[in-house]
Design a protein around this ligand. Structure first.
Ligand SMILES: *Cc1c(COP(=O)(O)O)cnc(C)c1O
Length: 231
């Protein structure tokens, strides 16, 4: 199967899932998680109609960006971000999905302020409380939002989660439901520079379940590009 066919099929599935959950198709966006796929394959995904590209390593993003991989699509960062890489990303990506500590938020704020811009971010939630994953706990989210609201060069636009790897997408439904509830509960609080616009959840194994539960940004790698070859 090729990239073009995969993107067309996925977009049709997402449109159907959006409508089934009472939303318009354009309200659910497809982010191509393009790690380990070269610039040429990324350009094909963009031409086929993905809404954005997401990378999870800064070095790879910079290399592929220099090769023009992302022309014509918004670029997101979706991986774990080290503080010493922040300066290279700020302003280059339209959304960082993976802000996972207050320290990182403050670093992003300083880098964005120094460049005179505002950086949009999502707060990563460790929704299954996995020891191996980073992110805020649901319990600490209100306090984090309060602190983030004081950072004038960071704008929180929503939440992101990476639930456990699953055999069937259904297994993660309880986590997606918890995320949606968290998204709703915290939206009601209405801090100045915080708006709950994006709920980023759903990967190749579980995206239709995620959309059914309210996701409006899904991050798909394998489903678009096929299996990645490590090594
Ligand atoms: C690689 C990656 C994805 C996509 O994973 P697939 O299972 O291949 O769809 C999504 N989110 C993040 C943060 C990733 O690193």
């Amino acid at each position: 199967m090729d990239i073009e066919e995969n993107v067309a099929r996925i977009k049709a599935e997402l449109a159907e899932a959006a409508l089934a959950s009472g939303r318009r198709p354009e309200e659910v966006r497809l982010v191509a998680a393009s790690k380990m796929n070269d610039a040429e394959r990324v350009r094909r995904a963009i031409a086929a109609g993905v809404d954005a590209c997401g990378e999870n390593r800064v070095q790879e993003l910079l290399e592929k960006n220099a090769q023009g991989a992302y022309a014509g699509a918004p670029l997101h960062f979706i991986g774990h971000l080290q503080k010493n890489k922040v300066r290279q990303l700020v302003g280059l990506v339209s959304l960082i999905h993976s802000a996972d500590s207050l320290e990182l938020l403050r670093t992003i704020d300083r880098a964005a302020a120094a460049r005179g811009l505002t950086q949009d971010v999502l707060l990563e939630i460790n929704i299954a409380a996995e020891a191996t994953k980073s992110g805020f706990s649901p319990e600490e989210l209100p306090a984090v939002l309060e602190q983030a609201a004081a950072l004038s060069a960071v704008r929180v636009r929503g939440l992101m989660a990476i639930p456990p790897i699953c055999v069937s997408g259904e297994e993660n439904r309880p986590y997606f439901i918890k995320m949606k509830q968290l998204f709703i509960d915290n939206d009601e609080k209405k801090y100045d520079n915080i708006s709950m616009d994006f709920l980023s959840m759903g990967m190749s194994g579980d995206y239709l379940t995620a959309v059914a539960c309210g996701a409006n940004l899904v991050r798909l790698g394998t489903a678009i590009f096929g299996a990645r070859h490590y090594g």
